[in-house]
Write a protein that binds this ligand. Sequence first.
Ligand SMILES: Cc1cc2nc3c(=O)[nH]c(=O)nc-3n(C[C@H](O)[C@H](O)[C@H](O)COP(=O)(O)O)c2cc1C
Length: 187
Amino acid sequence: MKILVISSSPNLDGLTAACSESALKGLHLAEVKAHEVRLNDLNIGNCEACGNGWGTCLNNHTCQVLDDFQSLHIECLQADGIIFVTPVYWGEMSEASKAFMDRIRRCEATRRGESGLLGKPIIAIAAAGGSGNGMITCLLSMERWIEHVQARKFDFIPINRWNREVKLANIQQSAQVMVKLIQESAQ
Ligand SMILES: Cc1cc2nc3c(=O)[nH]c(=O)nc-3n(C[C@H](O)[C@H](O)[C@H](O)COP(=O)(O)O)c2cc1C
């Protein structure tokens, strides 16, 4: 089993990093192979809305903008589950998250019922460190993304600096329970 933790903050020691660490700890306790991908370390540009709005994403389900997107797209298809951790910026997911999620959505939502992410369990985590505003609007757009790619809404976790302690424990436990669910459904 392979679970991907995809995070998208430039801070190596901020709230987003603490969330990823909790998720990885939960996965380690569940004894599964986990891999963290920091989107800010990769070169993943924005969708260029090629052609008249659709490029190769529409029929080939690949993105014609060549960068680090292609390898991460394949990793996502191969993963048994994905944990997305984004900082909340302006009540939305970070720019790095949006760039990646926009592009993979175009490739997979267009498979019409045969998405490579079909039924894959997702944990979406929104880390708001400032005012604490915008966690829910951020999670809402992540929920829409999960619907478009036909993945499974396993959990949504809003975290801020006040609920930090309880939510970090929650993330660790949620990752463990997600593994259990995947193991049970494979039997
Ligand atoms: C451009 C920008 C916009 C932000 N917008 C919000 C916001 O809408 N609500 C909030 O609570 N925090 C906001 N913040 C604060 C981040 O959510 C906060 O720094 C959070 O801890 C991000 O995770 P990090 O610790 O990994 O950086 C914003 C930060 C930046 C850089």
